[in-house]
Design a protein around this ligand. Structure first.
Ligand code: GAF
Length: 403
């Protein structure tokens, strides 16, 4: 429908305009390249991308935009200067093999991608750039993956080297492992690279194959509500969950979580701690739920989709223990609305411990549902949340500059 594509083009356009303007103010030259990479929201399949499971995310109409102009002033040591207007900060990244360690903050994501790119292609010309973003930072919508993928896309534009899309996503995942210290799965980087309008992606994280799940129907809307809390557990707890899953799989004597049935887990229960058992139960049941939800989604069986989303949330809350009170409140409020109010399903999305919920709502009811969720959340928690809806968005791409 023209109305929605008009909307999404407008906001990305505005971000691009702003980034170009800041570029000129900062460096007194027009940018030569502009790229954009989106954040993502995951509909279902949480904490199973690093367990050979399935995930069903989509890229969202929120982007990290990066500009660049090559800097011919610099000579001996090539480096990149990147300015973030939102953070009022400029970072300097050496563009040679001296880059071994992360310097912390948002520079780490850029450094990780630069290091990976240099290992593959040898050199990158000195450049100046600006980063502008409307992906909420630390909101569980992959602001960091969007920054990594924007960086990789910019390095392609600057050097003329094009990577296979899967390679590009994996390079960005490696950047996160090596430079940000987060042993993440592949979901976020794949979402930002492969996003397509009017589609969810069912990603098989064992083979990295993507099956499109059509989502062209305007009758349903994906509503994202930011709890606006971020509990400080995120980094360490994520790595702990990943390790617990590996340990549990080892006790089961299995190569892959895809080969584990619920009955196998139950048989092995005497050899497992209660925690290991519950972590494993989340993984096994979430893999099943995601497959079922994808089928239900593709066939418009909305109440089945809704059930799977609520069950996913409960499993993340009780078995995997990555939710928090605020996310539980948001899901409870959505669930307590009458079916006639158009709420299909709701759950936490992303790594957890704060961040966002994703709620599937009949489009005609979105405004009322959104108001009720935010008012009731404010009443219960005292916190002012934020909400927006998004259609599936186009993955990372270069933007033609019009003068
Ligand atoms: C974070 C990670 F980066 C993803 O790989 C994924 O594991 C997600 O948490 C949980 O599903 O976003």
């Amino acid at each position: 429908a023209p109305s929605r594509s008009h909307h999404s083009t407008c906001s990305l356009n505005e971000l691009v305009q702003k980034a170009c303007q800041w570029h000129v103010e900062r460096y007194q030259v027009e940018p030569e390249h502009v790229v954009a990479a989106p954040g993502r929201v995951n509909l279902i399949g949480e904490h199973i991308d690093y367990n050979d499971g399935y995930v069903m995310p989509m890229a969202i109409e929120r982007y990290v935009v990066m500009t660049a102009s090559t800097n011919r002033q610099q000579n001996s040591t090539a480096s990149a200067r990147l300015y973030s207007n939102d953070l009022s900060e400029t970072i300097n990244i050496p563009l040679d093999r001296s880059l071994q360690q992360a310097s912390g903050g948002w520079a780490s994501y850029v450094e990780g991608v630069v290091a990976g790119f240099l290992e593959r292609f040898g050199s990158i010309p000195a450049f100046d750039g600006v980063v502008a973003s409307d992906v909420p930072i630390g909101g569980g919508l992959s602001s960091s993956a969007a920054l990594e993928v924007a960086t990789a896309t910019m390095l392609e534009a600057l050097t003329g080297h094009r990577m296979e899309l899967t390679d590009k996503a994996l390079l960005c995942q490696q950047a996160e492992h090596r430079f940000a210290g987060v042993p993440c799965g592949v979901m976020d980087q794949f979402s930002s690279v492969f996003g397509k309008p009017d589609e969810l992606m069912l990603l098989d994280c064992r083979s990295n194959d993507i099956t499109a799940v059509p989502f062209a129907d305007d009758a349903m809307t994906v509503l994202i509500v930011n709890s606006c809390v971020k509990h400080n557990l995120t980094g360490g707890e994520y790595a702990t969950r990943r390790r617990q899953c590996e340990e549990t799989l080892a006790v089961l004597g299995s190569e892959s979580w895809r080969d584990v049935r619920l009955a196998d887990l139950e048989n092995a229960q005497p050899d497992l701690t209660d925690e290991q058992f519950r972590r494993g139960r989340h993984v096994v049941t979430e893999i099943i739920r995601t497959g079922k939800a994808a089928d239900a989604f593709a066939n418009g069986r909305w109440s089945d989709v809704g059930h799977a989303m609520y069950a996913s949330h409960e499993s993340l809350r009780d078995d995997f223990e990555v939710s928090c009170q605020e996310l539980d409140q948001l899901v409870e409020i959505a669930r307590s609305m009458d079916a006639s109010e158009g709420v299909i399903g709701s759950r936490m999305t992303g790594g957890g411990f704060g961040g966002c919920t994703v709620t599937l709502v009949k489009t005609e009811n979105v405004a009322r549902v959104q108001n009720h969720l935010l008012n009731e959340y404010k009443r219960r928690s005292g916190i002012r949340g934020e909400a927006f809806s998004s259609r599936p968005a186009l993955g990372a791409h270069a933007i033609a500059i019009t003068r």
